[in-house]
Design a protein around this ligand. Sequence first.
Ligand SMILES: O=c1ccn([C@H]2C[C@H](O)[C@@H](COP(=O)(O)OP(=O)(O)OP(=O)(O)O)O2)c(=O)[nH]1
Length: 166
Amino acid sequence: MNVSPASTFAPEIEVRILDERLHAWGLPRYQTDLAAGIDLIACLDAPLRIEPQAAAQLVPTGLAMHMDSDAFFAMIVARSGLGHKKGLVLGNGTGIIDADYMAQIYVSVWNRNPAGEAIVIEPGDRIAQLLFVPVVRPRLKVVAEFSGDSARGQGGFGSTGVAAKG
Ligand SMILES: O=c1ccn([C@H]2C[C@H](O)[C@@H](COP(=O)(O)OP(=O)(O)OP(=O)(O)O)O2)c(=O)[nH]1
């Protein structure tokens, strides 16, 4: 399927390069025409060794951006291969970059491997990816009782069970 860039929501945002080494390592860009995210690069001065299950560490990306929009935000997620094969995941599960955040973006890295295998991140490694995600910011109105009803009603967490229904 071909998607014309003109048919997608593609606002322009300002990005600052805080680490000049990114000019050689790779400026923020989509790796393929339809890649969902841009890779984030470890702007480290020396290799970083992460022991299994050790405390999460913050890695600078050398990037700052100002989305300045109420229509979307950015989300840091693991790179699929690194997370699945090597065990390099995010210490905060998912990193949320608010649209009003203008400082350097950091990646919280964690080695989820159970034991033994350390992970070494080299300066310039692509360690995670950044996705831009539309967001809805509804106005929150506090009420005593809900005005409508639903099939689930007041059934709580897990109330629909696990069996597949025909
Ligand atoms: O993985 C991350 C997560 C967050 N941030 C930055 C961008 C985000 O806008 C800001 C604050 O994040 P968040 O609101 O999730 O964290 P907080 O602990 O509530 O911090 P704050 O008090 O600054 O809102 O930190 C990162 O650089 N990397």
